[in-house]
Write a protein that binds this ligand. Structure first.
Ligand code: NAI
Length: 393
């Protein structure tokens, strides 16, 4: 199968590397000649490095490089059976590109977008044949990240998402199926990891170092929320938060914070700017956590309850299946456990009690518990097995 990739930035280049390595002939297009040149050289360099490390044979790396054809002309996409778009995150520009593409590819060619925040349905709506349109959402860096979210649009023909899942799996990836709702799975369910941590900071309950310590040392998360937001960059993380909030019709559960907005406005983007929540200047003093176990547990359980509530609500609203939710959060953002498994371990009633306490204190819809969580807690059942929780003897 010949695959076309439009956009050779961070994502397009990564996706091109994945599919070329998997054995597909690849046409890689970018409107910016310098970006295309940089991507082509970068892919070749990273394939050679993989060969040096013994992760790929030299022949396989050479063959993958040979399968990659950079081009400045969309006319070269005529023989593609699948085209994945990874250009600027702008609805009108994406729609325009697909309109142009449909004049070139044959009527069977599958059209896919890697968008993270636009509705797949809204992009498909610009197409003459939207039934062959689908979302294929990779994570950055695409060659390393296992997770791929497959998102059928409202118009997508039945069966196509399953075909795409099988194709993605043949590339050595772990596909999950997500409904076309804002943030799909990962960018929706992970929001409280950032948002609730910032609320705890804003209320003066704990400082950034203590909150990061609670989540990493007590919770087992690889990075604390503040270190992670600084790593992702507040330009990216704040924009995602804002777009998810807007896309959810201003549901208070996803409300952004002024704290992060101000960092964004100041250009304190995090590591890459030398400054974010932490100061990355050489020799800058780093805050030390208050390792009070009781405080740490309170912080952890508040953030965790909010994350579990998102997963529960996503399950309840059929955004994804339980196994896909678990796989998405453990492979897309490397959570130490699936959130539903975590809920079962803590006990749905315990998680509900944490949320209801918050709701009682704040009277803010942000803390409303998912009806599924409430139901399971009431019926003494687990998320993953739906079995009754055995009575304590
Ligand atoms: P990027 O800015 O690194 O690359 C975009 C590339 O598209 C640039 O090289 C640009 O020259 C090219 N381009 C823009 N308009 C074009 C057009 N009309 N025709 C041809 N080429 C065009 O962006 P990045 O980060 O690779 O993101 C691309 C898409 O992937 C966006 O939709 C983004 O939301 C999505 N995405 C980004 C992730 C990330 O972590 N960066 C993760 C998952 C999805």
């Amino acid at each position: 199968m010949t695959i076309g990739i439009i956009g050779s930035g961070a994502m397009g280049a990564g996706i091109a590397q994945v599919v070329a390595t998997a054995g597909h002939a690849v046409r890689l297009l970018d409107q910016n000649a310098a970006a295309l040149e940089k991507a082509t050289a970068g892919i070749a360099a990273s394939l050679r490095k993989l060969a040096e490390k013994g992760k790929l044979t030299t022949e396989a790396a050479g063959a993958a490089i040979a399968r990659l054809h950079p081009t400045a002309s969309m006319a070269d996409f005529a023989d593609c059976e699948l085209v994945v778009e990874a250009i600027v995150e702008d609805l009108a520009v994406k729609q325009q590109v697909f309109r142009q593409l449909e004049n070139i590819v044959n009527s069977e060619c599958i059209l896919a977008t890697n968008t993270s925040s636009l509705s797949v349905t809204s992009i498909a709506a610009a197409c003459l044949r939207p039934e062959r349109f689908v979302g294929i959402h990779f994570f950055n860096p695409a060659p390393l990240m296992q997770l791929v979210e497959v998102i059928p649009a409202v118009q997508t023909r039945p069966g196509l998402a399953d075909d795409i899942k099988a194709l993605v799996a043949s590339w050595g990836k772990r596909p999950v199926l997500a409904q076309d709702t804002p943030g799909f799975i990962v960018n929706r369910v992970a929001r409280p990891f950032y948002g609730e941590a910032i609320r705890i900071l804003e209320e003066g309950i704990a400082d950034i170092a203590t909150i990061d310590w609670a989540l990493t040392e007590l919770g087992g998360f690889r990075m604390g929320p503040f270190a992670l937001m600084d790593f992702i960059g507040h330009d990216v993380n704040y924009r995602v938060t804002e777009s998810v909030f807007t896309a959810f019709f201003y549901d208070p559960r996803y409300r952004p914070s002024f704290t992060q907005k101000r960092l964004f406005e100041a250009g304190y983007y995090g590591r890459k700017a030398g400054r974010g929540f932490y100061d990355y200047a050489p020799g800058a003093a780093q805050p030390t956590p208050n390792r009070d176990a009781a405080l740490g547990q309170r912080i952890l359980h508040r953030v965790l309850a909010m994350l579990i509530n998102e997963a529960a609500e996503a399950l309840h609203l059929r955004v994804a299946s339980a196994p896909d939710l678990e796989l998405a959060m453990t492979t897309g953002v490397n959570y130490p456990k699936g959130l539903l498994a975590w809920a079962d371990e803590l006990g749905p009633a315990q998680v509900l009690a944490t949320l209801d306490d918050l709701y009682h204190d704040y009277h803010d819809d942000r803390y409303r518990a998912s009806v599924l969580l409430r139901r399971l807690a009431r019926e003494n059942r687990y998320f993953l097995t739906h079995e009754p929780i055995p009575a304590v003897r």
